[in-house]
Design a binder for this molecule. Structure first.
Ligand code: AMP
Ligand code: GLY
Length: 386
């Protein structure tokens, strides 16, 4: 099987690394990839905003399967473009990717299907006023409706902060159309869990459970980021909890999609809060998590490429996914100043030493090669997994 992976961060590096270990895989390309991925797969430039360019590339290469890493191409309809040309792709259609692309759509979907989630206090359209006088308690969570790369959510107990954040969302400079509508909801308390499934729309296999770490600094301090690290171990998901998550959240979601005529093939990420009242959905993502993937895939003990192929063609029934026992962890090495104003261009030393540590894998996210030297070229630079 010849596979094209779309994306160019640490998650896509982990995908390429795992896929290469499948006996059924003869060739892997990554578009656009990055200079670290280029050591393992042929990287090809690609504008992630163009579904047509992605489909042209897959067709020209003769890829048997295309796997989409990031949300943007999915929200823009890359799966629909591939389907219209009869090209095999793993990832949901535009109509289904709205579960991630619009938090208000996701919230309404959760409500329609009786799936546990935080209570909505308000939906505010640009130009409307934020009515802090409502009886709802603080802290509250303020969310931009659209895609904001992890920066569109504020949990606050300060009315002043809430107002200032909503003004920033509405002024359009930073968040564009993503901030045109704002959701205000209940702040849930508890520990978070990333529960990710691979589904053909009917059947699914769960990824090993993971928990990511979002604050930039040690001891849970500093701004929220796209993720500073993650770990995976079975003890964060006791069997009774998994049974409850599947019965109250996963099955009703797949059934809800089916009833609404929304086909879903791909990874579906349930961002959960484990509250005293049971698990509740914080968000859906229409893809694998980053950096959860870099922690989880090293535990995969099955033919991952075959599972992806079966999900893409709709025949995942009966597939058995085994996960290695024990624990895995990944740590993001970020540029100074991340996430607000990362400094780039610094030389990276010690890569080869890190790669020689038994059980460790180095995934590249924001690196650039100059001769034999790697330099930093993004906020999240490297992800070290073990
Ligand atoms: P989201 O983009 O919706 O995943 O939100 C990003 C992060 O904000 C989540 O991973 C949580 O840490 C936090 N968050 C989102 N919604 C809530 C909520 N209702 N209650 C508490 N924390 C939340
Ligand atoms: N690590 C959170 C996410 O991928 O959305």
């Amino acid at each position: 099987m010849k596979i094209l992976v779309i994306g160019g961060g640490g998650r896509e590096h982990a995908l390429v690394w795992r896929l290469k270990q499948s006996a059924s895989v003869e060739k892997i390309w990554c578009a656009p990839g990055n200079d670290g991925i280029a050591r393992e797969a042929t990287c090809i430039p690609l504008d992630l905003k163009s579904p047509v360019a992605a489909a042209d590339l897959a067709a020209n290469l003769g890829a048997d399967l295309t796997i989409i890493g990031p949300e943007l191409p999915l929200v823009l309809g890359v799966a629909d473009e591939f389907a219209s040309r009869g090209l095999a792709l793993l990832g949901p259609a535009k109509s289904a990717a709205r579960l991630e692309g619009s938090k208000i759509f996701a919230k309404r979907f959760l409500e329609r299907h009786g799936i546990p989630t935080a209570v909505i206090y308000d939906i505010i359209n640009k130009g409307q006023l934020f009515s802090a006088s409502r009886a709802a308690p603080w802290p509250r969570v303020i969310k931009a409706d659209g895609l904001c790369a992890g920066k569109g959510v504020l949990v606050t107990d300060s009315e002043r902060q809430a107002r200032a954040f909503i003004e920033r969302l509405f002024d359009g400079k930073e968040f564009g159309d993503a901030g045109k509508q704002v959701l205000v909801e209940e702040a849930l308390q508890g520990e978070e869990l990333s529960y990710i499934i691979l589904t053909d729309g009917e059947h699914f296999i769960p990824m090993a459970p993971a928990r990511d770490h979002k604050r930039a600094y040690d001891n849970d301090q500093g701004p929220n980021t796209g993720g500073m690290g993650a770990y995976s171990t079975d003890s964060i998901l006791p069997p009774a909890l998994e049974t409850e998550i599947v019965a109250k959240i996963v099955r009703p979601t797949l059934e809800g999609l089916r009833v609404e005529g929304i086909p879903y093939r791909g990874f579906l990420y349930f961002g959960l809060m484990l509250t005293a009242e049971g698990p509740k959905v914080l968000e859906y993502n229409c893809r694998l998590g980053d950096p959860e993937t870099e922690a989880v895939l090293p535990r995969a003990d099955f033919d991952f490429a075959e599972a992806c192929r079966l999900a893409a063609v709709g025949t995942l029934a009966g597939f058995q996914a085994n996960w290695r026992h024990g624990a895995s962890v990944c740590v993001v090495i970020a540029s100074e100043g991340y996430p607000v104003n990362p400094k780039m261009g610094a030389e990276i030393r010690g890569l080869e030493d890190a790669e020689r540590v038994p059980g460790a894998v180095v995934f590249h996210a924001g690196t650039k090669r100059e001769g034999s030297t790697f330099r930093t070229s993004g906020g999240r630079v490297l992800i070290l997994s073990a």
